[in-house]
Design a protein around this ligand. Structure first.
Ligand code: MN
Length: 340
């Protein structure tokens, strides 16, 4: 299991080195390994509801943290995040065995785990999210908590049905909006789809099926439009990385329910992501895109606001931590989704 985790770290570092030209602080494998051994020792007699060894959970959480490009202290804290809460281990022990930041992170996660959220009220949910952010002090605590929730959602099936529903609601009300606010969209989407699948299994499989049916058509469209856009951007000297992305299921569902549309009335099932090297290129790319596909005034306003508020150099965007900028493709059919 440790070998797997280290392999994931190796693979991720190679990938990042390719993007950053090798400018990447390396993860201290020895410290990660000792956190793993510490967690194994303390969780030794514990099993998860599924019957799996408990240690599969902290390792799963650490793997998700590797994907967010987090540092050694955070990976160690991810491995140790349930030891103080659920085992005989104490913070003092962790403080002694690991570098100084680790026990602070574990303490932060433990404190967040202790507070429970029960209200169904949106305003209460907002207060609760604020409280979490304020309590965490260090954003890495929230990131571990999000990874913790994501791993629990991925393994939700072994819990009793009532618990599955409660966890899924809490995920939609608290954790997905937090991930959204931090700009970690990959995690937000997965959390939402996992919760959606539990809360509305029939709707979920219906939408999944409909999306799958149109997949080939969509891929062809993205290939063609993406190739065309890439040519046009090259003409004005902008190097861009273009990828299509399918809308996730939950966002299709909310569009259908909130706006009362049928599936075949939702035209923007596909979006393109355009990643460029600088803020200047980002605005340049938006200009080119708008000259090719004319956006309606309403969508344009939203896009500008979005560009001003979110395209800050170095801010995480769609899980992209290298400070590169992403320009959104305004929907060619004139029904651009709200930012996010
Ligand atoms: Mn946990």
């Amino acid at each position: 299991m440790l070998d797997d985790l280290i392999a994931v770290i190796d693979q991720f570092e190679t990938q990042i080195a390719g993007i950053n030209g090798g400018r990447q602080a390396l993860i201290d494998r020895a410290e990660v390994a000792s956190a793993f051994v510490f967690a194994c020792r303390h969780h030794a007699d514990q099993k998860r509801q599924s019957g799996h060894e408990f240690i599969t959970h902290p390792v799963g959480v650490a793997r998700i943290c590797v994907g967010m490009s987090l540092d050694t202290a955070t990976l160690c804290a991810a491995l140790l995040h349930d030891t103080v809460e659920d085992t005989s281990a104490s913070l003092a022990e962790i403080d002694e065995a690991f570098s100084p930041g680790v026990s602070k992170l574990v303490d932060g996660v433990t404190k967040l785990t202790e507070i429970t959220f029960e209200s169904r009220d949106e305003r209460q949910a907002e207060n609760y999210r604020k409280m979490m952010v304020a309590m965490a002090k260090d954003v890495r605590v929230i990131l571990i908590k999000l990874a913790d929730r994501l791993h629990n959602m991925r393994t939700l099936n072994s819990l009793p049905k009532q618990k599955q529903i409660a966890k899924s609601r809490e995920t939609l009300e608290i954790y997905a909006p937090l991930a959204h606010r931090l700009g970690i969209h990959a995690i937000k989407w997965e959390l939402e789809d996992l919760a959606f699948a539990t809360l509305h299994p029939r709707k979920y499989s219906e939408i999944k099926h409909l999306v799958a049916q149109q997949r080939a058509e969509r891929d062809t469209y993205v290939d063609e439009a993406g190739g065309f856009l890439s040519e046009e951007l090259k003409k004005v000297g902008i190097d861009a990385e273009i990828a299509g992305r399918a809308k996730h299921f939950y966002s299709i569902y909310t569009k259908m329910t909130k706006k009362g549309r049928e599936f075949n009335e939702i035209f923007d099932l596909t979006a393109m992501r355009v990643i460029v090297g600088s803020v200047k290129d980002c605005y340049g790319a938006i200009g080119v895109i708008h000259s090719l596909w004319k956006p309606p005034a309403r969508a344009l306003q939203g896009l500008r606001r979005h560009a001003q508020s979110e395209h800050v150099p170095g801010a995480p965007h769609d899980g992209d931590r290298s400070g590169r900028q992403a320009a959104r493709d305004p929907d060619p059919h004139g029904r651009d989704a709200p930012p996010g």
